[in-house]
Design a protein around this ligand. Structure first.
Ligand SMILES: Nc1nc2c(ncn2[C@@H]2O[C@H](COP(=O)(O)OP(=O)(O)O)[C@@H](O)[C@H]2O)c(=O)[nH]1
Ligand SMILES: [Mg+2]
Length: 234
């Protein structure tokens, strides 16, 4: 089974080496770091660590994930992971297990098409998620449970999906909405979206999204409006 890991980065030189070092290399076929104009040496460190670096000068978290997905070399499973070392890359097997299934299953014949790592179900160290992120993610997950019937508790960034499913969803959000678009479109298309608890720690370095006012308001607005929009579009 071919597993491609995609890590979007913008100035993560303080953490990217640890993220790459902690990824279980026996489980990954390729690691793609999609970098947007880092000025701190992030792509150089990533390349030195053996990752494939793809430059994406257009900013946007979703854009970087889409570029990584398009660049992946015929994967069966695609994993998304942040470059800030707030997730634990060593927990990759937790995300792959529901997709791969047990030994009786063939390759990529598990019980899930998309697996989300939940920080709110898992072990989360003090201060890893500020209160507004706990509140916002609980609210968004609650709405998704209510309107779409998907049993999730969080919208975490550490996630995995079957490559053919991710491609079929034709994701198009280039900024904050990308992560929720995957869940909504996946649920509406009848794919199996499941959640596993993952641990979460305070990031290394400075936040580009939720730690900023623009990011918090932008992400909140995009996520809630997409949840409502896709519900009425179905
Ligand atoms: N390529 C790329 N990566 C980005 C961009 N914005 C954020 N990232 C990366 O996306 C990941 C999530 O961003 P982060 O700052 O941790 O957001 P937070 O978890 O909400 O605080 C990190 O690895 C960032 O370096 C961008 O515009 N382009
Ligand atoms: Mg982060």
């Amino acid at each position: 089974m071919r597993v491609s890991v995609i890590i979007p980065t913008h100035n993560e030189a303080l953490s990217i080496e640890r993220v790459l070092a902690d990824l279980p290399s026996d489980l990954t076929t390729e690691v793609i770091v999609v970098d947007s104009n880092s000025s701190d040496g992030t792509p150089e460190i990533a390349a030195k660590m053996g990752a494939r670096v793809v430059q994406e000068p257009r900013r946007g978290y979703g854009r970087a994930c889409l570029t990584g997905l398009a660049a992946a070399n015929s994967p069966d499973v695609v994993v998304f992971l942040d470059g800030d070392y707030s997730d634990r890359p060593s927990e990759l097997p937790l995300l792959l297990a529901p997709i791969i299934g047990g030994p009786a299953d063939g390759p990529v014949e598990g019980r899930a098409d998309i697996v989300l790592g939940s920080r709110l179900q898992g072990r989360r160290s003090a201060g890893a998620l500020p209160w507004h992120q706990v509140f916002g993610n609980r609210l968004a997950a609650g709405l998704i449970r209510l309107l779409y019937g998907v049993e999730i508790s969080d919208l975490g960034p550490f996630r995995a999906g079957r490559a053919e499913v991710l491609r079929a969803l034709a994701l198009e959000e280039t900024t904050y909405g990308w992560a929720v678009e995957m869940i909504l479109k996946g649920a509406l298309a009848g794919y199996r979206v499941v959640e596993v608890p993952v641990s979460y720690y305070p990031r290394i370095g400075k936040s580009k999204i939720s730690g900023t006012l623009k990011g918090t308001v932008g992400a909140g607005w995009f996520i809630l409006s997409l949840i409502v929009r896709y519900y009425f579009r179905q």
